[in-house]
Design a protein around this ligand. Structure first.
Ligand code: NAD
Length: 282
């Protein structure tokens, strides 16, 4: 990538009237949240067939609750501590100059924290607890996620002192399904008898609505789509760039690896996106 590429991308941003920024896990990597497919990512330690579906999670919660506790600790700890990085902030900055819709596959809430106002979370959010009809129940704070992690770690600390029978042999970590649920219940309002859950979309589930329908509409009406930090391997989200292009939009991509785009800028989102925005409007 050359400074000429940045100038070309910045010129497209300046020329555009309706911009969609479509983001994936890579935009949050520099906020300390690993992508799931990284070598040290979530799917390297926890199989998606077990931990990526509600049925799988429920089965593991009953048969190996310590694995759920480890999974939740690994998933929630970085998100609890995360803050927007320069890429999230530069994306929010574009709104001061152009009409922008942020379509994100991420569940970490960082675009909102950075100040973007029109955000479509097509895979839901870990911070939004919804009821059986996906109706909003409550919004968690990052401090709630941090509290869950602390409680799970405390449970681990106590149990590893006692090394009970049936504990995970590698860590000595034992927790009963009941203890697991009693840690989570205050945050998920399970105690009310209503089954509540984070609004995240797991494998095989329908996309979050109305965000998904609005995202398709926004993609078809954009004249520029900036695709940041997504591998394009998760469907149907991965259809959005080709839908935007078919409707006449240019595709500008920022990624560490090559993906299909009209202009591909290789490298770190936290470096390239601010460079684009300051070249366009600085
Ligand atoms: P992915 O893991 O399939 O792909 C991430 C992409 O980001 C890769 O192409 C990688 O080259 C690129 N990348 C990594 N670091 C980067 C950086 N610093 N700068 C620029 N690019 C970088 O992610 P995906 O396409 O978003 O699909 C994974 C699914 O998992 C999504 O549905 C998403 O919801 C979920 N997920 C969410 C989070 C989060 O909320 N932060 C994190 C991991 C996964």
């Amino acid at each position: 990538m050359t400074s000429r590429d940045i100038e070309q991308g910045a010129a497209w941003i300046k020329e555009a009237r309706d911009i969609v920024v479509f983001t994936g896990a890579g935009v949050s990597a520099e906020s300390g949240i690993a992508t799931f497919r990284d070598e040290d990512g979530l799917w390297a330690k926890f199989s998606p067939s077990q931990f990526g579906t509600w049925q799988g999670l429920l089965d593991v919660a009953i048969s190996e609750p310590h694995r759920i506790a480890e999974y939740l600790t690994t998933l929630l700890d970085p998100i609890a501590a995360a803050r927007p990085n320069p890429a999230h902030r530069a994306i929010a900055e574009i709104e001061r100059h152009r009409r922008v819709t942020v379509i994100t596959q991420n569940v970490d809430g960082l675009h909102g924290d950075a100040g973007s106002s029109r955000i479509l979370e097509i895979h839901g959010s870990l911070l939004d607890i919804v009821g059986p009809m996906r109706e909003p129940i409550r919004r968690l704070h990052r401090s709630d996620l941090a509290r869950i992690v602390t409680l799970l770690r405390e449970a681990r600390g106590e149990s590893s002192m006692h090394r009970p029978m049936g504990a995970d042999p590698s860590t000595g970590f034992e927790i009963s399904p009941r203890d697991l649920f009693s840690i989570l219940a205050p945050f998920m309002t399970l105690g009310t008898g209503v089954f509540c859950r984070p609004s995240i979309v797991l494998f095989g589930e329908a996309m979050a609505e109305p965000a998904w329908s609005q995202a398709v509409h926004a993609a078809e009406n954009a004249d520029l789509m900036i695709v940041v930090g997504t591998s394009g391997m998760v469907y149907p989200a991965a259809f959005l760039p080709s839908q935007a292009r078919a409707a006449g939009a240019r595709l500008l991509a920022v990624n560490k690896e090559s993906i299909d785009a009209d202009l591909m800028l290789h490298g770190s989102a936290a470096e390239i996106v601010p460079a684009l925005v300051s070249t366009a409007f600085g």
